[in-house]
Design a protein around this ligand. Structure first.
Ligand SMILES: Cc1cc2nc3c(=O)[nH]c(=O)nc-3n(C[C@H](O)[C@H](O)[C@H](O)COP(=O)(O)OP(=O)(O)OC[C@H]3O[C@@H](n4cnc5c(N)ncnc54)[C@H](O)[C@@H]3O)c2cc1C
Length: 338
């Protein structure tokens, strides 16, 4: 276990924001987890569990212990004729893990390639892209109870997964550390090509009978066209969730705005937050050192050395204008940490 006080978090968030925290602790081995939890039980300082820092906006001073989970290892637990059960430690890089599974020919995660961050965070907001969510492949999530000092396996059916949400953002928030995730993947994969231009991309490449490798490559190409690479432009990816509205609200908006982009979800409709933000004139706008990505209005970007407060102000201004124009509440997907 590594521990530093008053530590700079700039290298630990994809927004590239400079921020300091009371203490930075890195858990590198399984034994560190129990050791830190017992120390935390004696401390009155709050803590924040950090993965890859790709879904967070740090405010300048974080009066907390920031605890980075850096456990590593991938293990094939079992297999039968149809499936493999593979366990990855929380600190493994998510996209590298997906690519490892794709190379092995195990299907289920290929649409989720290219999402920054760690395996341990994937169940927290039930990461999703191109018609697939982590919940579709997660078998169970291994956790350590910070107060109980006990290991626990939370089954998929207990995770309360929904759109960008799970029990780990709700009842188990700050109660457990996720230490590894087990996925059940398909040896004879069926492809999900229904979403976001994957089929057009494959067609462009002249691929008629795609494999999971082709799908993952197509997804990467599509993502690179739309999203900034955090190594070049700081961001937290999609900054806002796509709001879900009741059918009456959807119909009234659609009457006013026939071009509005929306998808049915059960009896409700999910509106494309990027479209709403673009209609309010924000796409490509820059306010000081922070801006809205010119290729995708859902993404806020660091134009140099923005602070968490700059991002907060811009996010608030965007939320206000969407509320005024459409009477729709935009919730942030990225988390402000202070
Ligand atoms: C360019 C870009 C593109 C993106 N595209 C997508 C996308 O397509 N789909 C999508 O869903 N997301 C996307 N994201 C958001 C982000 O990548 C995901 O939310 C990712 O899962 C966050 O992982 P992380 O390890 O960086 O988590 P962090 O940002 O470090 O933490 C996120 C949350 O998880 C908790 N957490 C992290 N590790 C643990 C642990 N071991 N135990 C308990 N809690 C933990 C944290 O406390 C926090 O609440 C994108 C982000 C960027 C920058």
């Amino acid at each position: 276990m590594i521990s530093h006080s008053s530590f700079s978090l700039q290298p630990y968030n994809t927004f590239g924001i400079e921020a300091h925290c009371y203490r930075f602790i890195e858990l590198q081995q399984r034994d560190d987890v129990a050791l830190w939890a017992s120390m935390q039980q004696q401390s009155d300082k709050p803590f924040f569990l950090l993965g890859g820092g790709s879904n967070v906006v740090f405010l300048p001073w974080i009066d907390k212990s920031v605890v980075k989970v850096s456990l590593h290892g991938i293990e094939l637990l079992k297999e039968d004729d149809e499936h493999v059960w593979i366990q990855a430690a929380a600190g493994e890089n998510w996209s590298d893990f997906v690519d490892f599974c794709v190379q092995k020919g195990w299907g289920g995660l290929e649409n989720l390639t290219g999402i920054p961050g760690t395996v341990g965070a994937s169940p927290v907001q039930n990461v999703g892209a191109y018609g697939v969510e982590a919940k579709d492949a997660i078998e169970s999530v291994e956790c350590f109870g910070i107060a109980s000092g006990k290991w626990k396996n939370v089954l998929n059916s207990e995770c309360q997964f929904s759109y960008r949400d799970s029990i780990f953002k709700q009842a188990l928030k700050n109660q457990v550390i996720i230490t590894s995730v087990t996925f059940r993947l398909d040896k004879n994969p069926s492809l999900n090509l229904s979403y976001g231009g994957i089929q057009q991309q494959l067609k462009k490449e002249g691929i008629l009978q795609p494999t999971i490798k082709d799908v993952s490559r197509a997804v990467k190409t599509l993502r690179n066209e739309k999203l900034p690479d955090p190594a070049i432009i700081g961001s937290a990816g999609s900054f806002f969730k796509n709001p879900v509205v009741a059918v009456d609200k959807y119909i009234s908006l659609k009457n006013h705005y026939p071009d509005m982009v929306a998808f049915p979800v059960g009896e409700d409709y999910k509106l494309a937050a990027g479209w709403l933000i673009e209609q309010c004139g924000w796409k490509g706008k820059q306010i000081g050192k922070v801006g809205v990505y010119p290729k995708q209005a859902l993404v806020l970007i660091n134009l140099g050395s923005c602070t968490g407060n700059d991002v907060k102000q811009l996010a608030l201004a965007i939320q206000q204008s969407v509320q005024e124009k459409f009477d729709v509440k935009l919730e942030t997907e990225a988390l402000f940490i202070e």
